[in-house]
Design a binder for this molecule. Structure first.
Ligand code: APR
Length: 392
């Protein structure tokens, strides 16, 4: 699809999973759009991000006729939940017992770049700077930016703010329009990208020394997440201390030190900005909300938003019916709060069940009883499994 560079239906700011999925859906529906991204394509292609597309997302891509192009084939999803080193394998299955497809965020983003740019010929401009947004009442919105060719101005019908928590879209909304709701958990994760593949199943583990997870990031690498103090910096975690703590929390002395590529402290928190729209600007994904990584819901919430937004934009532009667009925020927010609820429950459960110094021995034993219940009660297990797959 060719897009007039001075005029397009939708300007999408940000080429993460939200912006690229929205671009794919709009282009598939014959709606012109242009994606503006501040990074280069190589950076987006190699950036490591968390999450696997859950069943709801798979169904959404199937409805848009893009599942085969963008997602992998059916693969069983399992999680190894460990309590003080004792392992219990949890299979994430659908109500009908089916395993679903398996597609990580990085695989999806790479497939989206290929589909949106190389197959559909869509306009994605990388390396842009100085984006500014004009979103006045009763006027067509305009987006200005600069790139290697100089200054550009695009007129459009709508703007999609898909530029994450630190983008320019949300700050362009006048003060007082949005309300920010947030929850701090009071601890952080040390996220470390290492040269050690996940050899068995992805691991979520609790121990008397705190939470630890190991999740795959490509065939030869994985990311460890270690619960740590909010006041810690990466400099407090030497490689030697990091690996000692992994061995301790996983109760496995056979784990060997490997190369640690980077270490980053991630404070665990939840945020919702409401409403998710202002005039002709619509926020989606991390630009509108954040969840802690524990429940693996960040990318899936983003996919939910852009599925709703794409449908609403198609109705407004192609069918001249803006009803769904006017209700975009009201439609998304109940779902977002539901996912916040799951993420808080899961985060509290996994951390309370760990180091008793965090919340006390009583909370630790309650949390461990809940985990037992999760594994031993068929109903609790099915509900958890369904939620992991995004069915409830
Ligand atoms: N101008 C242009 N692009 C920008 C700007 C800006 N001022 N600020 C940010 N961006 C780009 C970022 O470089 C990034 O590529 O916007 C994109 C936002 O992508 P993400 O942060 O990945 O956010 P989103 O697409 O909403 O993805 C959902 O779910 O699991 C979570 O955080 C995880 O990436 C994941 C997210």
């Amino acid at each position: 699809m060719k897009t007039d560079p001075k005029n397009t239906n939708v300007v999408i700011i940000g080429a993460g999973v939200s912006g690229l999925t929205l671009a794919a859906f709009l282009q598939k529906s014959g709606i012109s759009c242009m994606v503006l991204e501040r990074r280069d394509r190589a950076y987006i292609q190699t950036r490591q991000r968390a999450g696997v597309v859950e069943a709801r997302g798979v169904q959404m891509f199937e409805r848009w006729g893009l599942a085969d192009q963008l997602l992998g084939g059916p693969v069983a999803q399992t999680i190894d939940y460990r309590v003080n080193g004792a392992s219990r394998i949890f299979e994430v299955i659908g109500e009908d017992g089916s395993p679903g497809r398996f597609c990580t965020q990085q695989m999806l983003v790479n497939n989206l770049l290929r589909e949106v740019i190389d197959t559909m010929g869509g306009a994605v401009v990388f390396d842009v700077a100085d984006i500014s947004i004009s979103n006045e009442a009763n006027q067509h919105p305009r987006v200005n930016y600069t790139d290697a060719d100089g200054f550009h101005e695009i007129q459009c019908d709508y703007i999609a703010g898909c530029d994450g928590d630190h983008g320019v879209s949300r700050p362009s909304i006048p003060h007082g329009v949005l309300t920010k709701y947030s929850h701090e958990f009071g601890y952080a994760w040390l996220a470390a990208h290492v040269a050690a593949p996940v050899t068995g199943h992805p691991i979520m583990a609790i121990s008397d020394h705190g939470f630890v997870a190991q999740l795959p990031r490509g065939p030869q690498r994985s990311r460890y997440y270690l619960q740590c103090s909010l006041s810690d910096g990466p400099e407090d975690w030497t490689d030697a201390r990091f690996w000692d703590e992994i061995r301790l929390r996983l109760n496995d002395s056979r784990i060997e030190n490997t190369v640690v590529y980077d270490k980053l402290i991630v404070p665990l928190r939840c945020v919702v900005h409401s409403p998710m729209q202002y005039r002709n600007l619509f926020l989606a994904g991390d630009a509108a909300h954040l969840v802690p990584p524990t429940g693996a819901k960040g990318m899936n919430l983003a996919l939910y938003d852009v599925g709703m937004l794409a449908q609403a934009l198609v109705s407004a532009i192609r069918d001249q019916n803006a009803t769904a667009l006017e209700k975009y925020s009201d439609t998304c927010l109940p779902h977002i709060w539901n996912y916040q609820d799951f993420s808080v429950w899961m985060t509290d459960l996994m951390h309370d069940a760990g180091d008793a110094a965090q919340q006390g021995k009583f909370r630790q034993l309650i949390a461990r009883a809940r985990l037992d219940n999760l594994f031993n009660s068929p109903t609790a297990r099915r509900l958890h499994s369904e939620f992991q797959r995004g069915m409830v």
